[in-house]
Ligand binder design. Structure first.
Ligand code: GUN
Length: 299
C-alpha cells in the first residue's frame, strides 16, 4: 500500500516558517505583506478557494483584501482596478481568480498585473524567467507546491527518473514541466491528443495529473512503486449512504492507485493546501523584494 503524502502537514510547516519570516520583515523594515485577491461573479468553487486564501493570509500575519466585482464588470474597469493595485505600496501580491467571465480576455488581465506583484506567476515575464531558469521571478503556486512534495520523496536531483505529466495547462502542466526539467528529470507531457494513454502513464516513475476529469487515471495504469501527484479537485455525487450530497475526488482513481503506487497525494489534503501555502510564500517574497531584501528560501 502506498504512503499517503500529507500535503496539509507540509503546508502547516511552511505556514509556520512564513509567520516567522513575516515577523522578521515587520521588525526590520516595518513592512507587512499585503495580498489583494479579485474574484468576479459567484462561481461557488472560486468563492471557496478565495475564502481559504484570505484565511491563510491572515494566519500568516499578512493584510489581505478581497475585491468582488459584479460578473458584468467590463474589462477596462477590471484593468483599471489592477493598475490601482499595481501602484498601491501596501499591496505586494495581486491574484485574479480564474476562470474569468467570457466577455473578459484572460490574457489581457494577466498581463496588466505588475510582474513584481504577479504572485500567481502567470505574467509572460515570470513565465520567461521560469523557463530560462532565472530565480528572481514567481513560480506558479500548484507546481511550486507539487515540487516541494516531489523533492521530499526523491531529493533535489531527479536524474534517471521518467516523469509523465498529464495535462498541458499554463497553470500546472507547462510550468511543472520546466521545474522538473530543471531538476534533471526526463519529461513526457501527455494530453487529450495523446494515443495509448495507459501505456504512457505506465512508463512514469513520477506521475503528475492535472486534467480536471474525475478519476480518469485508473489504478491499473500506474507503474508499481511510482509516485503519484494528483492535482485534480472534482466535486462528484456522494456514495450511497453518505449524509452529504457530494464528495471531492482527484483525477486519479485513488483507492486502486494506492495499491500499486509507493507514494500518492490524497484529494482533498494533498496538493490543495500546498498550493495555498505557496501563494503565501510568493506574497512574502514580493514583500521582501519591495523592501530591497533577499527573500528566504522555502524547500
Ligand atoms: N483557478 C484555478 N487555479 C488557479 C490558480 O492557481 N490561480 C488563479 N488565479 N486562479 C486559479
Amino acid at each position: 500500500m502506498a504512503e499517503v503524502i500529507n500535503g496539509k502537514k507540509f503546508a502547516e510547516e511552511i505556514t509556520e516558517k512564513i509567520k516567522m519570516e513575516t515577523a522578521k520583515l515587520m521588525e526590520s523594515h516595518g513592512v507587512r505583506p499585503g495580498l489583494a485577491v479579485i474574484v468576479i461573479g459567484d462561481d461557488p468553487a472560486s468563492q471557496i478557494y478565495v475564502s481559504s486564501k484570505n484565511r491563510e493570509a491572515e494566519k500568516c500575519g499578512f493584510s489581505s483584501i478581497t475585491y468582488r466585482p459584479e460578473a458584468d464588470i467590463c474589462e477596462d474597469n477590471l484593468i483599471h482596478l489592477i493598475q490601482e493595485l499595481n501602484g498601491n505600496p501596501f499591496i505586494h501580491g495581486i491574484l485574479v481568480q480564474l476562470p474569468l467571465p467570457d466577455h473578459i480576455r484572460t490574457e489581457a488581465v494577466i498581463q496588466a498585473i505588475s510582474p513584481n506583484k504577479d504572485v500567481d506567476g502567470f505574467h509572460c515575464i515570470n513565465v520567461g524567467k521560469l523557463v530560462t531558469g532565472a530565480h528572481d521571478g514567481f513560480i506558479p503556486c500548484t507546481p511550486a507546491g507539487s515540487m516541494i512534495m516531489i523533492r521530499r520523496i526523491h531529493g533535489d536531483d531527479l536524474s534517471g527518473l521518467d516523469v509523465v505529466i498529464v495535462g498541458r495547462s499554463n497553470i500546472v502542466g507547462k510550468p511543472i514541466a520546466s521545474l522538473l526539467l530543471a531538476a534533471n528529470a526526463t519529461i513526457t507531457i501527455a494530453h487529450s491528443g495523446t494515443s495509448e494513454l495507459p501505456d504512457v502513464v505506465r512508463s512514469a516513475d513520477i506521475l503528475v495529473v492535472a486534467i480536471g476529469r474525475p478519476e480518469m487515471i485508473k489504478g491499473a495504469w500506474i507503474k508499481p512503486g511510482a509516485t503519484v501527484i494528483d492535482v485534480g479537485i472534482n466535486r462528484v455525487p456522494a456514495l450511497k449512504n453518505s449524509k452529504k450530497p457530494t464528495r471531492l475526488v482527484g483525477d486519479v482513481e485513488f483507492e486502486m492507485a494506492s495499491i500499486v503506487a509507493k507514494n500518492i497525494t490524497p484529494v482533498p489534503g494533498g496538493v490543495g493546501p500546498m498550493t495555498i501555502a505557496m501563494l503565501m510564500v510568493n506574497t512574502l517574497k514580493a514583500a521582501y523584494r519591495s523592501a530591497g531584501v533577499v527573500p528566504p528560501i522555502f524547500h
